[in-house]
Design a protein around this ligand. Structure first.
Ligand SMILES: [Zn+2]
Ligand SMILES: [Zn+2]
Length: 325
């Protein structure tokens, strides 16, 4: 499985957040910026992508602390989310005076926000005192908000009496050649790269590849000369009403996740309260996890009304879904 580290930013009762570290790519990703005060400062300096569900205070209050720890190191931080995120980031940054920053290393925040059916891009540069510069907009054609060669992040727009984003991080399966076995083939240099590309392209199933003067099937070559490193799917859902529309969208986004990080704010008995404030109960969270066929469920954003009794909430979920943490 892909070497990816993931964990909550704090205890389950504090303002939410989750980290995904993809060390081999130098990517350190934060989902929501709630209580991040216990995160390692060196890690905060390295965070280069942030996905925000929404800017209710408990999900965004840590932005100041993040900013404080980022000053002094030149970097670009990409922030993703839904409108009015760019305005909220801008207002946070304008809460300070930036007159002595000429000699400061350059920090740029790049915001990509969904606004109805458009993705809007803004740039906020310390050298311009974090003015909000509009860069471009494009039609949102798919449910992918970020993608590179190794992983993608998909989203769904969910109802929390405002629109919020749910996210799914998908590290792709990767094909590697068996080096020792490849040496036995009469392939050299560029040909090896071409052979790997051919194996990676699944549309070659059932086709043949010529090596020397012999032809071999795709299936045989793939089995004999390569192996697959399995990817991983980690989803993050919080601050959602339990409605049929939300449920369908969430299940569609998170299905078959290796890990689903999901809020579970209230106990079953407080279902009415959950509905009133657009949150989930233990049973509702468990039902989503079960119907989406997720392997592991990590719950958080527990209401403080239950004291700090984690077990009370975890045990109630366990009645409906076993692999909960
Ligand atoms: Zn909220
Ligand atoms: Zn919240």
């Amino acid at each position: 499985m892909a070497r990816v580290k993931h964990y909550l930013t704090n205890d389950k009762f504090d303002d939410p957040g989750m980290v995904i570290e993809v060390e081999n790519l130098g990517d350190y990703i934060l989902f929501d910026v709630g209580n991040i005060y216990n995160l390692d400062r060196h890690l905060i300096k390295k965070i280069n992508k942030i996905f925000i569900t929404h800017t209710h205070m408990d999900h965004f209050i840590g932005f100041d602390y993040l900013l404080r720890n980022k000053l002094g190191k030149a970097q670009t931080v990409e922030i993703f989310g839904i409108s009015p995120l760019a305005e909220n980031v801008y207002c946070k940054l304008q809460g300070y005076t930036w007159n002595l920053v000429e000699h400061e290393p350059q920090i740029i925040f790049k915001v990509k926000q969904l606004n109805e059916d458009l993705f809007e891009h803004y740039s906020l540069d310390i050298k311009k005192k974090f003015a909000k510069d509009f860069e471009k907009e494009e039609k949102a054609k798919t449910d992918i908000i970020y993608e590179n060669e190794y992983y993608r992040v998909r989203y769904a727009v969910l109802d929390h009496k405002i629109w919020v984003m749910g996210y799914s991080f998908e590290y792709k399966d990767r094909l590697f050649l068996k080096k020792e076995k490849i040496k036995e083939l009469p392939l050299k240099g560029k040909e090896i790269g071409e052979f790997k590309n051919w194996l990676e392209d699944e549309s070659n199933k059932g086709k043949k590849f010529k090596i020397g003067n012999k032809e071999y099937s795709y299936e045989y070559l793939k089995e004999e000369y390569s192996y697959i490193q399995k990817g991983i799917k980690i989803s993050y859902i919080t601050d959602v009403l339990y409605s049929p529309e939300n449920k369908e969208k969430i299940i569609n986004l998170v299905k078959n996740s290796d890990y689903l990080y999901c809020e579970s704010v209230f106990l079953e008995k407080d279902e009415d309260q959950a509905k009133k404030v657009y949150h989930l109960t233990t049973k509702q969270t468990a039902e989503i996890a079960k119907e989406a066929n997720v392997k592991n469920l990590v719950v958080f954003h527990f209401s403080r009304r239950y004291g700090k009794n984690k077990e009370l909430i975890l045990n109630e979920i366990k009645k409906y879904f076993e692999n909960v943490y």
